[in-house]
Ligand binder design. Structure first.
Ligand code: AOS
Ligand code: ZN
Ligand code: ZN
Length: 389
């Protein structure tokens, strides 16, 4: 088999995980959103928190924006503000799910005026991307229906294709449109982009500047996500990840918390498929919310989880694995795979960090840094940001 051989250290050096701005705001469930002292009131404060995660881990050089939540007067100024703090602005996430007129859909709506408004929003996002030098426009749609007969499934697909094509025309050089799928919620019967196949079909029709975004929380229980990863990488259409973990629905919990072995298996396929190779344009992003845990350490823990499982996945002895696979030695093959998964790489990672002037234990370094106490004292008054605002 053709495998991408990797040196664990070069993989670690290349690993970069984008943080979502909304992870630093308050969030919760429909039952309660708890406010917490020190929560950012502005996008600038969110960026400062994200930069703190990067400073302590060396893993998170970019912050994803969400429009309109992170709207500012000058994106050029925001870009240099971020650069001064040592991070850059990354993926721009569109939002056509909060306005009343999108109640029955946005890019799929039967009313051309509503569709055009949704298209125009995406064109504005592309302009912002050009201003800040961002690569990816991430499109996640809440479009769908709740009841059989409510909408014309086929007609909605046709309108979606047409609207996406209108946006795609404006995707410039060095930019991409990544189309995220989700099997349900907020629509419960039909979701217009429910699975990787639908996202793949639309992005293939669009062209080379379009690819699939795989949110790990957006699958039915038991779905073999690593298979999807392998297939999309094979087809050259895996554009980006939204990492998080789920127990039940779209929980948006800390990546690797619910099922570290699944994260290991996913990252093994990422490496196997060249997703972390120097010429790869696969973007790794977190899409998480911290409802009850502290947000900045929550993000630190998240990027460390990805790093830890990446290193374990890179330790799989692929030559021995191939030999076992090709001789039909099922138990040896499985044993080689599991050996890597069970390897405790934490000491190796601590020395990798120290070798780069980073704290050996970023969680502890954060607790001892005084940053939390500082933002709690300083961020008084104003309105705390939250998911959805
Ligand atoms: C929604 O379920 C999707 O995961 C989106 O990627 C994202 O969480 C939303 O756009 C918030 O920004
Ligand atoms: Zn997502
Ligand atoms: Zn989601």
């Amino acid at each position: 088999m053709t495998t991408h051989t990797v040196r664990p250290d070069s993989i670690l050096d290349a690993l970069a995980i984008e943080l979502p701005s909304w992870a630093f705001g308050n969030s919760g469930t429909r039952f309660k959103v708890f406010g917490t002292p020190g929560t950012p009131r502005t996008i600038q404060e969110k960026i400062a928190d994200a930069a703190t995660v990067h400073r302590l881990t060396g893993l998170a050089p970019a912050v994803a924006l969400h429009i309109p939540w992170d709207t500012v007067d000058s994106y050029t100024e925001l870009k240099s503000y971020a650069a001064d703090l040592g991070v850059r602005l990354g993926t721009v996430n569109s939002n056509t799910f909060q306005d009343d007129e999108y109640k029955f859909g946005s890019l799929t709506h039967t009313d051309k005026t509503v569709r055009q408004r949704a298209i125009d929003h995406h064109l504005r996002c592309l302009e912002i991307m050009t201003e800040i030098g961002s690569q990816d426009l991430k499109v996640w749609l809440a479009d769908g229906t709740n009841y059989p007969g409510q909408g014309d499934i086929r007609g909605r697909q046709d309108r979606l294709a047409e609207s996406l094509a209108a946006i795609y025309q404006h995707v410039g050089e060095g930019q991409r449109l990544v189309l995220e799928y989700k099997f349900f919620e907020p629509a419960f019967y039909v979701t217009d982009v429910p699975d990787w196949g639908t996202s793949y079909a639309h992005t293939v029709a669009l062209g080379d500047r379009a690819a699939v975004c795989l949110d790990t929380g957006h699958h039915a229980p038991g779905t073999n996500i690593e298979f999807i990863v392998a297939q999309l990488l094979r087809l050259g259409k895996l554009g980006s990840f939204d990492f998080n973990s789920r127990f039940y629905a779209d929980d948006d919990l800390i990546v690797g918390a619910a099922d570290p072995f699944q994260l290991f298996r996913i990252l093994f396929e990422v490496i196997r498929g060249g997703g972390l190779a120097p010429d790869s344009d696969l973007a790794l992003m977190l899409d998480q919310c911290h409802n009850v845990e502290a947000k900045i350490p929550g993000q630190i823990r998240s990027v460390l989880n990805v790093q830890e499982m990446t290193l374990r996945a890179a330790l799989v002895d692929t030559a021995a694995l191939t030999a076992a696979q090709e001789t039909g030695d099922v138990l040896a093959a499985n044993g080689i795979f599991m050996d890597a998964f069970y390897t405790d790489v934490r000491p190796q990672l601590a020395s990798w960090r120290e070798g780069r002037g980073l704290p050996a234990d970023p969680m502890r370094a954060y607790a001892e840094s005084g940053y939390q106490e500082k933002i709690e004292a300083e961020r008084v008054g104003g309105t705390q940001t939250s998911w959805g605002a």
